[in-house]
Design a protein around this ligand. Sequence first.
Ligand SMILES: NC(=O)c1ccc[n+]([C@@H]2O[C@H](COP(=O)([O-])OP(=O)(O)OC[C@H]3O[C@@H](n4cnc5c(N)ncnc54)[C@H](OP(=O)(O)O)[C@@H]3O)[C@@H](O)[C@H]2O)c1
Length: 358
Amino acid sequence: MHYKVGIIGATGMVGQRFASLLENHPWFEVVCLAASARSAGKTYKEVVGNKWAMATPMPKAMEDMVILDATADIEKIASMVDFVFCAVNMKKDEIKALEEAYAKAECPVISNNSAHRHTPDVPMVVPEINPDHIEIIHSQRKRLGTKRGFIAVKSNCSLQSYVPALHPLKKFGIERALVCTYQAISGAGKTFETMPEIVDNVIPFIGGEEEKSEQEPLKLWGSIEGDVIVPATSPLFTAQCFRVPVSDGHTAAVFVKFENKPSKEEIIKLWAEFSGVPQELQLPSAPKQFLHYFEEDNRPQAKLDRNIEGGMAVSVGRLREDNQYDYKFACLSHNTLRGAAGGAVLLAELLAAKGYID
Ligand SMILES: NC(=O)c1ccc[n+]([C@@H]2O[C@H](COP(=O)([O-])OP(=O)(O)OC[C@H]3O[C@@H](n4cnc5c(N)ncnc54)[C@H](OP(=O)(O)O)[C@@H]3O)[C@@H](O)[C@H]2O)c1
């Protein structure tokens, strides 16, 4: 399999992560980088230079690529690539229009943006959880009048740790869940240099994040009915999301109440055995073991555990009984790998393996 790929928003934090993740990807070759008109016409090295925030150097093959204008050059970009990854910082209605314009130019869009997450015929997918939702693409193509073009999105980074941990427990009937997230600054596109106010601090507000953390799990657990995805109506989620002085890795403290309370051993066994379509298909970015459970009281820790299985696995720990809910536990996922670019690359691999971007 070989696909030519563009990165829309290549100069941003998530865009840089795409660039580094795709450097040696076995299926996807980056042939085009795009950003705003401010960056267009300059090379990637010229624009990003000192802003490069990844641990590995900028991919050599991309250094001298001339950045295209994501809005003005849609037709040109669509003619160069088989599909694009998109992560841009624009107004919601502008992102919606931009992504639809690519789809209508017959260029599939795999998006990290939130704009289309609640469009009823746009699949929002965590490949281990709801891979079947990609079938809604047939309905979306009918609406857009396209043969190839479509939009598929990934969910928000905050829920990428706790929804995977709750998913295999759904058979016990999850009545309600309370989550508090402790989110890294890279989730705001920041480093310690660009966000000095976070040093020695905790900020108890991330715009829009609590609503996403409460609502998006219900779309992930929804079902296709006719031409739309109908979100699940339960469980009830409540969330608080804090920004903390951590570079990468979102942690969540989770409390959960079941209709039929399982034993601790049953939960840990289900976590250990949980494996999905990406593992079955052996997709290149799929972690071998999706959920890693730690017995140690002081794990998972962002600094120690965010990079497990290339940052694509989710870590869980501290499972114990609670005096108000049935259980409480902690979980962690790498917000720009599994939670953003890595999750989108895995989704693209799923779509490619299932024939949606041929
Ligand atoms: N879980 C997730 O999926 C997840 C996680 C983190 C972030 N995100 C989302 O991903 C997106 C990007 O986040 P980020 O942290 O990478 O942001 P960022 O570092 O601020 O980067 C923003 C990118 O958007 C481009 N851009 C801005 N205005 C544009 C315009 N008018 N036309 C075309 N491109 C434009 C920028 O290009 P210039 O350099 O030329 O300005 C840059 O490449 C956001 O929507 C964010 O919410 C998603």
